[in-house]
Design a protein around this ligand. Structure first.
Ligand code: SF4
Length: 224
């Protein structure tokens, strides 16, 4: 697809942001599908959501949060027990190590509180930019544009970025969209990706973005 001018891409980014806001109203917190009652629980749920589904994570977290409701409790948890509780989310050994390590770091480095700064959040085991930006935008109402596979795919199909590296996608999109929209735009792109624009079979005839999307009705390549 031909690369549009920077001005046209910026205008399209603003239009996509406005249309998705109408289609999926609410705050990033309202729209977040991971059930949680605190930034600590959201951190845990987001770590568990890697290579899993939100539905699966929501099935497992109530028991986990009941047994280990605080960073202090999770920091002292036996790894094998955590592994059993989160087994069905996949990659349970690595995730258990991340969860307990993250809780220990919260206790040792941040007084048991979830920090708000991106550079602090990303020091926690198992927490990369995506997870840090989820917590910032959903629970702290701070600027953050999490880029997962849905967001990356939609952004590329919509011609807002041609980057594959999530950090570069984040940099390009956040340069075009006001920072108060970053978190909600990300979660709305995820919802739209799941409902209308999945990897294998986008339903362009049902899509409210079809008239401005450079990929509308194009043949779909390998899943992005
Ligand atoms: S028009 Fe098609 S490819 Fe573009 S965002 Fe909508 S569903 Fe996806």
């Amino acid at each position: 697809m031909a690369r549009a001018s920077a001005r046209k891409v910026r205008e399209r980014a603003r239009e996509v942001t406005a249309r998705l806001a109408e289609e999926y109203p609410g705050t990033a917190h309202d729209l977040c599908a991971l059930r949680h009652k605190s930034p600590f629980e959201l951190l845990v749920a987001t770590i568990l959501s890697a290579q899993s589904t939100d539905e699966r994570v929501n099935m497992e977290t109530p028991d986990l949060f009941a047994e280990f409701p605080t960073p202090e409790a999770l920091a002292a948890a036996p790894l094998e027990h955590v592994e059993k509780l989160i087994y069905s989310t996949g990659f349970y050994r690595a995730k258990s190590r991340s969860l307990v390590g993250m809780a220990r770091a919260l206790v040792e480095d941040f007084g048991g509180e979830v920090p708000q700064a991106l550079e602090d959040l990303t020091t926690l085991p198992g927490v990369g930019r995506k997870t840090a930006n989820v917590v910032r935008s959903v629970d702290f109402d701070l600027p953050g544009f999490p880029v997962d596979t849905h967001v990356g795919r939609l952004v590329r199909r919509l011609g807002l970025s041609d980057q594959k590296d999530p950090e570069k996608v984040e940099a390009e999109v956040t340069a075009m969209v006001p920072e108060q929209e970053w978190g909600t735009l990300s979660v709305r792109l995820i919802l739209h990706g799941r409902r209308v624009c999945p990897a294998r079979a986008p339903r362009c005839t049902e899509c409210l973005l079809a008239d401005i999307c450079p990929s509308a009705d194009l043949p779909v390549g390998p899943p992005a």
